[in-house]
Design a protein around this ligand. Structure first.
Ligand code: NAD
Length: 211
């Protein structure tokens, strides 16, 4: 479904923000929501929110707003949020362990089905229901379990060699937490979560504000 709707990338990046606002509205028992409220969540004017949502079809009534449940259900279909997604985790250190323990992924139907590490003291451990397997079993596991997504939480120096192995094993999407730009073959997507880079940006604003 997600692939059948062509969306400009900035619009696509804002959809999760709209969705999060819709979840909040549901939680608060709100059944109608305005483009002002949606835009505010995504940091854009109401007109931009309306334009974004117009890409998805005929939603909302002028002067009334959007039906919270209808729009949320549609975003779930577009973003594939209700489709089960399997991922493996590579690197079970401080960050990997936190990601493996995070209950919020279940809301998006993401299941970490196994974790891999090279540290013999970690292999065989369980984080909840997730088993830590030796890295040698990576390729076999990916093939046997038809996994397409990997979460990379290894030290930066190890990240490229692991990405090479993941791509060769058939992984299509790497969610990369290591602060390094990965080179991957065509057909493999990388999404970076670079907290250090974000911190550098925060630092810039913080320093400017206090000077
Ligand atoms: P960590 O040292 O605690 O854990 C790294 C884990 O990766 C260890 O368990 C180690 O045995 C394993 N490992 C090392 N080489 C491996 C390989 N080739 N294959 C499989 N496993 C391997 O590090 P961390 O703090 O969890 O950080 C992990 C990555 O995430 C780093 O690149 C770090 O820069 C990045 N990061 C960490 C944080 C954080 O808050 N800890 C935040 C943002 C980004």
């Amino acid at each position: 479904m997600a692939g059948s709707v062509l969306l400009p990338k900035p619009c696509l990046m804002r959809l999760p923000h709209y969705y999060r606002r819709l979840l909040q509205a549901m939680h608060e028992g709100q059944s109608i929501i305005s483009s002002d409220e949606l835009g505010e969540e995504a940091g854009v004017p109401a007109a931009q929110a309306r334009k974004d949502l117009s890409y998805l079809g005929e939603f909302g009534r002028p002067g009334v707003g959007y039906d919270v449940y209808e729009l949320a259900a549609h975003l779930e279909r577009i973003l594939g949020l209700n489709e089960p997604k399997k991922a493996i985790l590579i690197g079970v250190g401080n960050l990997g362990r936190a990601l493996a323990s995070y209950p919020g992924f279940a809301r998006y139907h993401l299941q970490i089905v196994a974790a891999f590490d090279i540290d013999p003291s970690k292999i065989g451990q369980r984080i909840g229901s997730i088993r830590v397997l030796p890295l040698e079993e990576l390729e076999t596991f990916v093939h046997q379990n038809d996994v397409r997504m990997a979460i990379l939480a290894v030290p930066a120096a190890q990240a490229q060699s692991i990405a090479d192995r993941l791509a060769a094993a058939g992984i299509h999407l790497i969610w990369n937490f290591a602060p390094v730009s990965l080179r991957v073959p065509t057909g493999v997507m990388v999404f970076n979560e670079d907290l250090a880079a974000r911190l550098a940006t925060l630092s810039f604003f913080l320093i400017r504000q206090s000077s």
